[in-house]
Design a protein around this ligand. Structure first.
Ligand code: C5P
Ligand code: C5P
Ligand code: ZN
Length: 454
């Protein structure tokens, strides 16, 4: 069976119902997935409620079952808990892109069709496939692209590939989206240019990242002018000025001995939502996804969902306020990792943020840390305090994956070995265990990763 055929089956099953509970993940991909499904249900006249979870575990599944929903639609999660869903006899449709554990009848997941769920399609993309089968929902392609970019699926190749690319193309053809090669630094639509440098984390610009003065100095030295008192945004610059900055940044990287793959990461494909107002946080897919992460990862999924559903008014303003907090937290988190350093084991390196980094963003901080740690030959494992235990996040890189690293598998198995839960993708995975089992978990994980990459 093809993935399209399976998507069609899921759509038919959903349309047999009059109400549904949509359960999704608290990140940009989870929010856009839920929004795509919510729109599709709304258009079919099917009533729905939404619920957002940090992770799908047994207590949350039990709670869902207790409410006896007619139909549960899991988006961007569920594939790691298939056996438990069977056990609870839930009437469910699972639309996910995480590595599956177990089997389930109504389960749409790219891994079942030999498609890579970390790079070729995200939760929102898979949900878009189902929505397209439910009715005339092609306008939701833009949200699907925001979700894929939110999961960093464009990073490996500097552009969206595979099924993501097909969704992108359909969005371009219907005039919703545009793509082009451009600087990848964050904030091109909304921030004064020096802030792009000051907050650059991927690549990390030694001596510039983190310093407003150095960022401004860099721009002045290459002759980029202020307009009166004000610095312009990237979108206000002339093409010549943009080229000047990009080549100066590349020169800078070379002069600092930055490796080629890091310098290359300065430019890549960027995705513009043509229906959104220029200069706003939702015009650029990357900024949009960060805006969404600023809501759901801080217990305000309702705000992010409202933005996805089209609110550009009060909820949108609230999201923008949350965005400032989120950016600050990420910078503080990075500084903490830099100060505290990482502890090395044979096959991994880790830090424990305790209660200093929120468990819902410690994975983002771990990913950003990859761009400045000295040792790229070891995956980064991060710990943060969570309710009733400890949250683990991990990030690898393509070189490690080529050697055989699969973090989703290793973390999942190590977590289950100490009575916890976990899973994810080859390049990024997470888990939840009890705090007193941290050392035991690390020992097992170290062995598992060792076995993968040897
Ligand atoms: O839960 P979910 O699948 O949505 O999250 C995927 C995670 O994988 C993202 O947080 C993203 O940061 C991470 N990722 C990564 N590098 C990639 C692809 C994904 O760090 N190349
Ligand atoms: O939380 P974090 O961003 O580190 O998660 C990385 C990946 O691991 C995400 O795709 C997330 O959905 C997955 N994960 C999981 N089970 C957990 C925690 C995270 O599958 N308990
Ligand atoms: Zn996802």
């Amino acid at each position: 069976m093809t993935m399209g055929k399976k998507a069609s089956q899921c759509a038919v099953h959903i349309k047999k119902h009059t109400s549904a509970l949509v359960v999704s993940h608290i990140d940009a991909d989870g929010l856009t997935s839920a929004a795509i499904m919510a729109k599709a249900l709304e258009r079919e006249g099917i009533e729905y409620e939404t619920r957002f979870l940090r992770q799908l575990d047994l207590p949350s599944l039990n709670e869902i079952a207790d409410n006896n929903p007619q139909l549960v639609i899991f988006t961007d999660l569920g594939s790691g808990m298939l056996d438990a869903i069977v056990e609870l006899k839930l009437n469910a449709v699972i639309i996910d892109h995480h590595q599956p554990q177990g089997t389930y009848e109504c389960h749409l997941n790219p891994h079942l069709f030999g498609i890579n769920g970390a790079t070729e399609i995200s939760g929102s993309g898979v949900t878009y496939l189902v929505a397209s089968e439910m009715g005339n929902n092609q306008d939701l392609a833009a949200l699907a692209v925001v979700g894929a970019v939110g999961d960093l699926q464009h990073v490996k190749n500097g552009q969206l590939i595979g099924m993501n690319r097909q969704i992108l193309d359909s969005g371009v053809n219907s005039g919703l989206l545009r793509y082009e090669k451009d600087l990848l630094l964050f904030g091109k639509q909304t921030r004064p240019i020096f802030k792009l440098l000051q907050y650059s984390t991927d690549p990390y610009l030694p001596g510039i990242t983190g310093s407003e003065d150095a960022s401004i100095e860099f721009l002045k030295r290459i002759g980029i002018r202020q307009h009166g008192e004000k610095w312009r945004r990237w979108i206000d610059l002339e093409v010549k000025e943009k080229q000047q900055i990009v080549s100066a940044l590349m020169q800078f990287g070379l002069s600092r001995g930055m490796p080629g793959y890091r310098i290359e990461r300065l430019v890549g494909e960027v995705y513009t939502l043509l229906c959104e107002r220029e200069g706003t946080e939702v015009r650029d897919a990357c900024e949009y996804s960060t805006l969404l992460n600023s809501t759901a990862r801080y217990d305000h999924a309702d705000i992010g969902l409202a933005v996805c559903m089209g609110d550009r008014d009060k909820k949108y303003d609230e999201a923008c306020t949350l965005l400032n907090e989120h950016r600050k937290n990420l910078v503080e988190g990075m500084n903490l990792v830099k100060e505290q350093g990482l502890i090395k084991m044979e096959n991994l390196q880790y830090f424990d943020a305790g209660n200093k980094i929120r468990e819902t963003i410690v994975g983002i901080v771990a990913g950003m840390s990859m761009s400045f740690v000295n040792n790229r030959n070891l995956p980064i494992i991060a710990f943060a305090d969570a309710d009733g235990g400890i949250k683990i996040s991990s990030r690898g890189n393509q070189e490690l994956i080529r050697k055989g690293l699969n973090l989703g598998e290793a973390i999942g198995e190590a977590a289950r070995a100490v009575g916890g839960t976990g899973g994810g993708h080859d390049i990024a995975a997470g888990a939840f265990i009890s705090r007193d089992l941290k050392q035991e978990f690390l020992r097992i994980l170290n062995d598992k990763i060792g076995a993968q990459i040897k």
